[in-house]
Design a protein around this ligand. Structure first.
Ligand code: FAD
Length: 399
């Protein structure tokens, strides 16, 4: 009987497993793929991600960035660097492998290439069934991502609705390093920046992230708006070619879902906690999920460790409470801002014009995208500034 079984070896699962093992628990992690495995993702780590990590990620880092450009539909852009800031761009296959290796080093038992198909409650714990095997534990963590099974098997969620997830298309496009530097450097420094293109698709955006000898390009939007996504993808590629004056040799693209505004109502069931995408912990403005995956993994690991000592279903109350204090309060604010920004493409243009005329608002937006300060601080500063400097536009935005 293990103290803790974790289903899923992405950032949420491996971070949870490592912390729980370091806390002294007997941890088993089950992953259906074998690392290094491909995972469609932009691989942008905001600075706050690195603040959750206490080992070097140098080997997994492709490039770093210190700011970026936010494009409007017309192709104009706002550019800004963040002070004392370093974000990183990684390939998820390298980053996730590194996280798994660190979990193993901490004493986590890992079963790879094994898919969990069922979960059963027993009198004394929980049993996890795979094809041909079963594992028992006192507690279970569902870290199996947006398409995972644990949330549904434990009654925490039905299928995602089309308003609660986004569909993304992305690929890595090979590019010479000097071309990356020419097209993606900040105007005022030799540092690289990331590009976000708003207003080119309803309830979504496009991105270009500079990596080593390749450009990660993607576009995504909420699933109920995704009917013309393939056409938007083709137009976006042409737009990037024109704006950057490059010719892109685009390899096969892939598509994948990401939670976008949808969350499970509860994140805890009897003996089970959900973390990361499985729980829907992704920003409904930027699609940033790695930070929330790792943070929720740490929270769940600590609650599991405390629950093991107290021998009671302590986690039921504590995990939900800690989520509310940290992740859920932030995501609720992001949901409010997402509602304003994505209400219409006109709103996107209005926000852009405000930021263009007001450097303070521009800074607040950059801070939000970079995850520099808490969302509650940023929202408070934005609302104050909007009411004092842009009262009519505040009304038009229905902020
Ligand atoms: C196109 C795209 C671009 C993105 N770009 C960014 C970005 O730049 N920055 C950012 O912060 N976020 C980004 N995200 C979001 C980010 O990828 C996710 O939020 C993050 O991967 C969540 O981590 P996770 O560990 O919860 O889930 P995952 O990374 O999805 O890991 C879940 C794991 O569970 C395993 N699994 C699933 N089912 C089972 C099963 N039944 N049994 C055993 N194992 C199972 C899977 O194989 C997988 O390894 C992007 C998402 C997409 C789709």
């Amino acid at each position: 009987m293990h103290d803790l079984v974790i289903v899923g070896g992405g950032p949420a699962g491996t971070t949870c497993a490592r912390r729980a093992a370091l806390n002294g628990l007997d941890v088993l992690l089950i992953e259906k793929e074998v690392h290094p495995r491909q995972k469609l993702c932009g691989g942008a780590l905001t600075q706050r991600v690195t603040e959750l990590i206490d080992f070097s990620i140098e080997h997994a880092v492709q490039t770093d960035f210190c700011g970026g450009r936010i494009y409007s539909q017309s192709g104009e852009f706002l550019e800004g660097s963040l002070k004392d800031y370093t974000g990183y761009l990684v390939d998820r296959k390298d980053f996730d492998l590194l996280l798994l290796q660190e979990a193993r080093k901490a004493g986590v038992q890992v079963e790879e290439g094994v898919e969990v198909v069922a979960v059963e409650q027993t009198k004394t714990g929980i049993r996890v069934l795979t094809v041909g095997d079963s594992y028992k534990a006192h507690l279970l963590v569902g870290a199996d991502g947006v398409n995972g099974v644990v949330a549904r098997l434990t009654g925490l969620r039905d299928r995602w609705t089309s308003e609660s997830v986004a569909l993304c298309i992305a690929t890595d496009i090979p590019m010479e390093q000097d071309e990356i530097v020419r097209t993606m450097s900040m105007t005022d420094s030799e540092f690289l920046g990331i590009d976000l293109h708003f207003g080119i698709i309803d309830i979504g955006y496009g991105w270009c992230f500079p990596k080593k000898n390749k450009l990660n390009v993607g576009i995504g939007c909420r699933m109920d708006k995704a009917a013309g996504l393939r056409d938007h993808w083709n137009s976006f590629l042409k737009r990037v070619e024109k704006l950057k004056d490059v010719s892109l040799k685009v390899p096969r693209r892939s598509a994948f879902r990401v939670p976008f505004g949808g969350r499970t109502r509860r994140h805890v069931a009897r003996r089970t906690m959900l973390v990361g995408d499985a729980a829907g912990f992704v920003s409904p403005v930027t699609g940033e999920g790695i930070y929330y995956a790792m943070l929720s993994g740490l929270l769940a690991a600590d609650v599991a460790s405390e629950a093991a000592e107290m021998k009671m279903p302590y986690h039921l109350m504590t995990y939900e409470k800690r989520l509310k204090e940290s992740i859920l309060s932030e995501l609720n604010i992001a949901a409010g801002l997402s509602e304003v920004l994505y209400r219409s493409r006109k709103n996107v243009e209005l926000v852009f014009s405000i930021a263009r005329s007001d450097p303070k608002m521009q800074q607040h937006i950059l801070d939000f995208v970079g995850g520099v300060r808490s969302y509650s601080q940023i929202r408070r500063d934005m609302v104050r500034r909007m009411l004092s400097r842009h009262p009519l536009k505040t009304l038009r935005l229905r902020l």
